[in-house]
Ligand binder design. Structure first.
Ligand code: SF4
Length: 368
Protein backbone atom coordinates (compact mmCIF):
# COMPACT_ATOMS: atom_id res chain seq x y z
CA UNK A 1 0.00 0.00 0.00
CA UNK A 2 1.42 3.38 -1.06
CA UNK A 3 0.23 5.33 2.00
CA UNK A 4 -0.97 4.28 5.47
CA UNK A 5 -4.67 3.37 5.31
CA UNK A 6 -5.55 5.97 7.98
CA UNK A 7 -3.97 8.66 5.79
CA UNK A 8 -5.86 7.67 2.62
CA UNK A 9 -9.17 7.25 4.47
CA UNK A 10 -8.72 10.50 6.44
CA UNK A 11 -7.96 12.48 3.29
CA UNK A 12 -10.91 11.01 1.38
CA UNK A 13 -13.36 11.87 4.15
CA UNK A 14 -11.84 15.38 4.61
CA UNK A 15 -12.29 16.09 0.87
CA UNK A 16 -15.85 14.72 0.81
CA UNK A 17 -16.83 16.78 3.88
CA UNK A 18 -15.40 20.01 2.51
CA UNK A 19 -16.76 19.54 -0.99
CA UNK A 20 -20.20 18.90 0.42
CA UNK A 21 -20.08 21.70 2.97
CA UNK A 22 -17.31 24.23 2.25
CA UNK A 23 -16.56 26.75 5.01
CA UNK A 24 -18.64 29.85 4.01
CA UNK A 25 -16.08 32.16 5.67
CA UNK A 26 -13.54 31.22 2.96
CA UNK A 27 -15.78 31.75 -0.08
CA UNK A 28 -16.17 35.54 0.00
CA UNK A 29 -14.48 37.59 -2.68
CA UNK A 30 -13.09 40.89 -1.43
CA UNK A 31 -11.72 42.98 -4.28
CA UNK A 32 -8.56 44.88 -3.32
CA UNK A 33 -5.97 46.88 -5.24
CA UNK A 34 -2.70 45.02 -5.95
CA UNK A 35 0.17 45.79 -3.57
CA UNK A 36 2.16 48.46 -5.43
CA UNK A 37 5.22 47.98 -3.21
CA UNK A 38 5.64 44.35 -4.29
CA UNK A 39 8.65 44.16 -6.66
CA UNK A 40 7.37 40.94 -8.28
CA UNK A 41 3.87 42.26 -9.00
CA UNK A 42 2.85 42.58 -12.64
CA UNK A 43 -0.18 44.05 -14.31
CA UNK A 44 -2.74 41.43 -15.39
CA UNK A 45 -3.14 41.11 -19.15
CA UNK A 46 -6.26 38.93 -19.20
CA UNK A 47 -9.30 40.58 -17.70
CA UNK A 48 -13.06 40.23 -17.82
CA UNK A 49 -14.75 37.95 -20.33
CA UNK A 50 -11.67 36.07 -21.55
CA UNK A 51 -11.12 34.47 -18.12
CA UNK A 52 -11.82 30.79 -17.71
CA UNK A 53 -14.18 30.19 -14.75
CA UNK A 54 -12.84 27.77 -12.11
CA UNK A 55 -15.28 24.92 -11.31
CA UNK A 56 -14.48 25.08 -7.58
CA UNK A 57 -14.12 28.81 -7.12
CA UNK A 58 -16.88 28.75 -4.47
CA UNK A 59 -15.63 25.60 -2.73
CA UNK A 60 -12.20 26.66 -1.57
CA UNK A 61 -10.45 24.71 1.14
CA UNK A 62 -6.84 23.69 1.84
CA UNK A 63 -5.40 20.20 1.44
CA UNK A 64 -1.71 20.76 2.17
CA UNK A 65 -0.27 23.57 4.27
CA UNK A 66 3.20 24.62 3.13
CA UNK A 67 4.67 25.76 6.44
CA UNK A 68 7.94 27.69 6.24
CA UNK A 69 9.22 28.21 9.80
CA UNK A 70 12.28 30.00 8.41
CA UNK A 71 13.99 30.82 5.11
CA UNK A 72 17.59 30.37 6.26
CA UNK A 73 19.39 27.63 4.36
CA UNK A 74 22.87 26.16 4.33
CA UNK A 75 22.72 25.88 0.52
CA UNK A 76 22.13 28.23 -2.41
CA UNK A 77 20.40 25.94 -4.91
CA UNK A 78 20.18 27.21 -8.50
CA UNK A 79 16.40 26.94 -8.81
CA UNK A 80 15.43 28.18 -5.31
CA UNK A 81 13.27 31.29 -5.19
CA UNK A 82 13.08 31.51 -1.39
CA UNK A 83 16.64 32.59 -0.58
CA UNK A 84 16.27 35.31 -3.21
CA UNK A 85 12.74 36.56 -2.54
CA UNK A 86 13.07 36.55 1.26
CA UNK A 87 16.64 37.88 1.45
CA UNK A 88 15.57 40.79 3.69
CA UNK A 89 13.91 38.48 6.28
CA UNK A 90 16.25 35.53 5.92
CA UNK A 91 17.30 35.63 9.58
CA UNK A 92 13.73 35.69 10.93
CA UNK A 93 11.81 32.62 12.03
CA UNK A 94 8.32 31.73 13.20
CA UNK A 95 7.81 30.79 16.83
CA UNK A 96 6.56 27.28 17.60
CA UNK A 97 3.21 28.80 18.61
CA UNK A 98 2.93 30.72 15.31
CA UNK A 99 3.52 27.46 13.41
CA UNK A 100 0.83 25.67 15.40
CA UNK A 101 -1.59 28.57 15.07
CA UNK A 102 -1.19 28.49 11.27
CA UNK A 103 -1.87 24.73 11.25
CA UNK A 104 -5.02 25.20 13.35
CA UNK A 105 -6.20 28.26 11.44
CA UNK A 106 -6.38 26.51 8.07
CA UNK A 107 -7.01 22.96 9.30
CA UNK A 108 -5.30 21.22 6.34
CA UNK A 109 -4.79 17.50 7.03
CA UNK A 110 -1.28 17.50 5.53
CA UNK A 111 1.53 19.79 6.67
CA UNK A 112 4.58 20.10 4.47
CA UNK A 113 7.33 21.69 6.56
CA UNK A 114 9.68 23.47 4.18
CA UNK A 115 11.73 26.64 4.05
CA UNK A 116 14.65 27.44 3.81
CA UNK A 117 16.07 24.35 5.39
CA UNK A 118 13.64 23.35 8.16
CA UNK A 119 16.28 21.17 9.82
CA UNK A 120 17.88 24.48 10.91
CA UNK A 121 14.71 25.35 12.86
CA UNK A 122 15.45 24.82 16.56
CA UNK A 123 11.90 23.80 17.58
CA UNK A 124 11.45 21.21 14.84
CA UNK A 125 11.32 18.26 17.25
CA UNK A 126 8.48 19.70 19.38
CA UNK A 127 6.69 20.93 16.23
CA UNK A 128 6.60 17.51 14.57
CA UNK A 129 5.72 15.80 17.87
CA UNK A 130 2.72 18.11 18.31
CA UNK A 131 1.57 17.59 14.71
CA UNK A 132 1.81 13.81 15.10
CA UNK A 133 -0.25 14.11 18.29
CA UNK A 134 -2.84 16.05 16.28
CA UNK A 135 -2.97 13.27 13.66
CA UNK A 136 -1.57 15.37 10.83
CA UNK A 137 0.36 13.88 7.94
CA UNK A 138 3.80 15.51 7.90
CA UNK A 139 6.27 15.87 5.08
CA UNK A 140 9.53 17.27 6.43
CA UNK A 141 11.17 18.65 3.27
CA UNK A 142 14.92 18.74 3.66
CA UNK A 143 18.17 18.70 1.74
CA UNK A 144 19.04 15.78 4.03
CA UNK A 145 22.34 17.14 5.33
CA UNK A 146 21.28 17.39 8.99
CA UNK A 147 19.21 14.22 9.29
CA UNK A 148 21.94 12.20 10.98
CA UNK A 149 22.77 15.00 13.40
CA UNK A 150 19.19 15.68 14.53
CA UNK A 151 17.53 12.30 14.13
CA UNK A 152 17.26 11.74 17.90
CA UNK A 153 14.88 14.70 18.18
CA UNK A 154 12.16 12.82 16.25
CA UNK A 155 10.08 9.71 16.72
CA UNK A 156 8.96 7.52 13.80
CA UNK A 157 5.24 7.62 13.06
CA UNK A 158 2.99 6.25 10.35
CA UNK A 159 2.16 9.64 8.88
CA UNK A 160 5.57 11.33 9.31
CA UNK A 161 7.89 11.39 6.27
CA UNK A 162 11.35 12.79 5.80
CA UNK A 163 11.07 14.20 2.27
CA UNK A 164 14.60 14.46 0.91
CA UNK A 165 15.35 16.74 -2.02
CA UNK A 166 17.31 14.88 -4.75
CA UNK A 167 17.47 16.22 -8.30
CA UNK A 168 19.70 13.54 -9.81
CA UNK A 169 22.68 11.33 -9.16
CA UNK A 170 25.73 12.63 -7.29
CA UNK A 171 27.38 14.80 -9.96
CA UNK A 172 24.25 16.55 -11.23
CA UNK A 173 22.56 16.88 -7.84
CA UNK A 174 25.65 18.57 -6.43
CA UNK A 175 25.72 20.93 -9.43
CA UNK A 176 22.01 21.79 -8.87
CA UNK A 177 22.59 22.59 -5.20
CA UNK A 178 25.90 24.30 -5.96
CA UNK A 179 27.98 22.34 -3.46
CA UNK A 180 30.01 19.14 -3.64
CA UNK A 181 29.24 16.37 -1.16
CA UNK A 182 25.55 17.21 -0.64
CA UNK A 183 24.28 14.09 -2.41
CA UNK A 184 26.49 11.81 -0.31
CA UNK A 185 25.37 13.44 2.95
CA UNK A 186 21.72 13.29 1.91
CA UNK A 187 22.09 9.56 1.17
CA UNK A 188 23.68 9.02 4.58
CA UNK A 189 20.66 10.81 6.04
CA UNK A 190 18.24 8.61 4.08
CA UNK A 191 20.01 5.47 5.29
CA UNK A 192 20.12 6.62 8.91
CA UNK A 193 16.43 7.55 8.92
CA UNK A 194 15.36 4.26 7.34
CA UNK A 195 17.50 2.27 9.78
CA UNK A 196 15.86 4.12 12.67
CA UNK A 197 12.40 3.13 11.41
CA UNK A 198 11.29 6.40 9.80
CA UNK A 199 9.35 6.74 6.57
CA UNK A 200 11.42 8.45 3.88
CA UNK A 201 10.43 9.78 0.48
CA UNK A 202 12.25 11.91 -2.06
CA UNK A 203 11.33 15.04 -3.89
CA UNK A 204 12.70 15.73 -7.38
CA UNK A 205 12.42 18.85 -9.49
CA UNK A 206 12.78 18.30 -13.22
CA UNK A 207 14.59 21.07 -15.12
CA UNK A 208 15.17 21.59 -18.84
CA UNK A 209 18.55 19.91 -18.49
CA UNK A 210 17.28 16.91 -16.51
CA UNK A 211 17.86 13.54 -18.16
CA UNK A 212 14.89 11.33 -17.25
CA UNK A 213 17.12 8.24 -17.62
CA UNK A 214 19.16 9.61 -14.76
CA UNK A 215 16.02 10.00 -12.64
CA UNK A 216 15.26 6.32 -13.33
CA UNK A 217 18.83 5.45 -12.32
CA UNK A 218 18.39 7.45 -9.12
CA UNK A 219 15.12 5.69 -8.20
CA UNK A 220 16.83 2.34 -8.86
CA UNK A 221 19.69 3.38 -6.59
CA UNK A 222 17.30 4.51 -3.83
CA UNK A 223 15.33 1.25 -3.95
CA UNK A 224 18.12 -0.54 -2.05
CA UNK A 225 17.44 1.71 0.99
CA UNK A 226 13.72 0.86 0.81
CA UNK A 227 12.69 4.47 0.26
CA UNK A 228 8.92 4.67 0.62
CA UNK A 229 8.07 6.88 -2.35
CA UNK A 230 8.98 9.71 -4.71
CA UNK A 231 7.34 12.97 -5.69
CA UNK A 232 8.34 14.56 -8.97
CA UNK A 233 7.41 17.92 -10.43
CA UNK A 234 8.57 20.21 -13.24
CA UNK A 235 10.49 23.31 -12.20
CA UNK A 236 8.66 26.58 -12.20
CA UNK A 237 10.13 29.87 -13.46
CA UNK A 238 10.12 31.94 -10.27
CA UNK A 239 10.06 35.68 -10.87
CA UNK A 240 12.83 35.86 -8.28
CA UNK A 241 15.17 33.42 -10.04
CA UNK A 242 16.99 35.16 -12.89
CA UNK A 243 18.20 32.09 -14.75
CA UNK A 244 15.31 31.55 -17.20
CA UNK A 245 17.26 28.93 -19.13
CA UNK A 246 16.63 26.16 -16.58
CA UNK A 247 12.82 26.37 -16.70
CA UNK A 248 10.49 24.70 -19.21
CA UNK A 249 7.50 25.63 -21.35
CA UNK A 250 4.38 23.42 -21.22
CA UNK A 251 5.52 21.70 -24.44
CA UNK A 252 8.93 21.01 -22.87
CA UNK A 253 7.19 19.50 -19.85
CA UNK A 254 4.95 17.24 -21.98
CA UNK A 255 8.03 16.00 -23.81
CA UNK A 256 10.03 15.49 -20.59
CA UNK A 257 7.25 13.50 -18.90
CA UNK A 258 6.15 11.44 -21.90
CA UNK A 259 7.85 8.31 -20.51
CA UNK A 260 6.86 8.85 -16.87
CA UNK A 261 4.49 5.84 -16.99
CA UNK A 262 7.53 3.59 -17.17
CA UNK A 263 8.78 5.05 -13.87
CA UNK A 264 5.31 4.94 -12.33
CA UNK A 265 5.09 1.21 -13.12
CA UNK A 266 8.46 0.42 -11.55
CA UNK A 267 8.65 2.77 -8.56
CA UNK A 268 6.28 4.03 -5.84
CA UNK A 269 5.55 7.51 -7.14
CA UNK A 270 3.57 9.66 -4.71
CA UNK A 271 2.36 11.92 -7.52
CA UNK A 272 -1.19 10.91 -8.53
CA UNK A 273 -1.57 9.19 -11.93
CA UNK A 274 -4.03 11.88 -13.01
CA UNK A 275 -1.50 14.64 -12.24
CA UNK A 276 1.12 12.71 -14.24
CA UNK A 277 -1.32 12.56 -17.18
CA UNK A 278 -1.65 16.34 -16.88
CA UNK A 279 2.15 16.65 -17.09
CA UNK A 280 2.05 14.50 -20.23
CA UNK A 281 -0.56 16.77 -21.83
CA UNK A 282 -3.21 14.03 -21.77
CA UNK A 283 -5.67 16.09 -19.68
CA UNK A 284 -6.08 19.65 -18.47
CA UNK A 285 -6.59 21.13 -15.02
CA UNK A 286 -7.23 24.63 -13.77
CA UNK A 287 -4.83 25.81 -11.07
CA UNK A 288 -6.20 25.19 -7.56
CA UNK A 289 -3.54 27.09 -5.63
CA UNK A 290 -5.74 27.59 -2.54
CA UNK A 291 -5.41 23.85 -2.00
CA UNK A 292 -1.75 24.38 -1.07
CA UNK A 293 -1.53 27.58 0.99
CA UNK A 294 1.85 28.84 2.24
CA UNK A 295 2.55 30.42 5.63
CA UNK A 296 5.84 32.08 6.58
CA UNK A 297 7.36 34.97 8.56
CA UNK A 298 5.54 37.50 6.37
CA UNK A 299 2.15 35.82 6.79
CA UNK A 300 -0.11 33.91 4.38
CA UNK A 301 1.50 34.15 0.95
CA UNK A 302 -0.80 34.68 -2.03
CA UNK A 303 -1.64 33.50 -4.55
CA UNK A 304 0.62 30.47 -4.26
CA UNK A 305 3.84 28.85 -3.14
CA UNK A 306 5.57 30.25 -6.21
CA UNK A 307 4.46 33.76 -7.01
CA UNK A 308 3.82 36.48 -4.48
CA UNK A 309 1.33 39.26 -5.00
CA UNK A 310 0.73 39.76 -1.31
CA UNK A 311 1.05 38.45 2.25
CA UNK A 312 -2.03 38.33 4.47
CA UNK A 313 -2.36 38.33 8.24
CA UNK A 314 -5.03 35.66 8.36
CA UNK A 315 -5.89 32.56 6.35
CA UNK A 316 -9.38 33.92 5.85
CA UNK A 317 -7.94 37.05 4.25
CA UNK A 318 -5.78 34.91 1.92
CA UNK A 319 -8.85 32.95 0.85
CA UNK A 320 -11.09 35.98 0.38
CA UNK A 321 -8.76 38.74 -0.78
CA UNK A 322 -6.74 36.79 -3.32
CA UNK A 323 -8.29 37.39 -6.74
CA UNK A 324 -8.20 33.69 -7.63
CA UNK A 325 -9.89 34.17 -11.01
CA UNK A 326 -6.91 36.25 -12.12
CA UNK A 327 -4.51 33.31 -11.97
CA UNK A 328 -3.83 30.14 -13.92
CA UNK A 329 -2.86 29.58 -17.55
CA UNK A 330 -4.68 31.97 -19.86
CA UNK A 331 -5.40 34.40 -17.02
CA UNK A 332 -1.94 35.56 -15.95
CA UNK A 333 1.16 35.27 -18.16
CA UNK A 334 3.26 34.21 -15.17
CA UNK A 335 1.10 31.09 -14.91
CA UNK A 336 1.13 30.12 -18.59
CA UNK A 337 3.82 27.43 -18.31
CA UNK A 338 3.27 26.46 -14.69
CA UNK A 339 2.38 22.80 -14.07
CA UNK A 340 3.83 22.41 -10.57
CA UNK A 341 2.31 20.00 -8.08
CA UNK A 342 1.35 22.71 -5.57
CA UNK A 343 -1.00 24.29 -8.13
CA UNK A 344 -2.34 21.19 -9.82
CA UNK A 345 -2.13 18.16 -7.50
CA UNK A 346 -5.07 19.63 -5.56
CA UNK A 347 -7.05 19.82 -8.84
CA UNK A 348 -6.27 16.14 -9.45
CA UNK A 349 -7.04 15.13 -5.86
CA UNK A 350 -10.35 17.01 -5.93
CA UNK A 351 -11.42 15.22 -9.12
CA UNK A 352 -11.79 18.38 -11.20
CA UNK A 353 -12.41 17.58 -14.91
CA UNK A 354 -12.63 13.94 -13.92
CA UNK A 355 -13.01 11.20 -16.53
CA UNK A 356 -14.68 7.84 -16.42
CA UNK A 357 -12.35 5.38 -14.70
CA UNK A 358 -10.46 8.00 -12.63
CA UNK A 359 -11.77 6.67 -9.30
CA UNK A 360 -10.60 3.17 -10.16
CA UNK A 361 -7.24 4.54 -11.32
CA UNK A 362 -6.74 6.49 -8.09
CA UNK A 363 -7.83 3.58 -5.89
CA UNK A 364 -5.46 1.22 -7.68
CA UNK A 365 -2.65 3.74 -7.26
CA UNK A 366 -3.35 4.34 -3.55
CA UNK A 367 -3.68 0.68 -2.61
CA UNK A 368 -0.90 -0.72 -4.76
S1 SF4 B 1 -0.59 28.47 -12.11
FE1 SF4 B 1 -1.17 28.51 -9.95
S2 SF4 B 1 0.52 27.58 -8.86
FE2 SF4 B 1 1.26 28.11 -10.90
S3 SF4 B 1 2.16 30.17 -10.65
FE3 SF4 B 1 0.04 30.45 -11.30
S4 SF4 B 1 -1.13 30.69 -9.38
FE4 SF4 B 1 0.86 29.79 -8.87
Amino acid sequence: MRFPLSMTAGMASYIARNKFRPNPEWQKTVVTAPDASNPFRIVYTHTGADRKPHPMINKRFPLVLMLEPLHTCNLTCTGCGRIREYESTITQKLSLQQCLDAVHECGAPIVSICGGEPMLYPELGPLTAKLIEENKTIYLCTNGMFIQKRLKEFKPADKFFFNVHLDGMEKNHDIAVEREGVFREAIQGVKAAKQAGFRVCTNTTVYKETDMNEIEEMFEYLAQFKVDGHTISPAYGYSSVNDREIFMTRDDIHEKFKTIDKLADRFPLFSTPTYLEFLQGKRDYPCTAWGNPTYNVKGWKGPCYLITDGHYKTFEELMNKTQWENYGAGNDPRCDHCMVHCGFEPSAALGINSKLGDTFKLMTWAFR
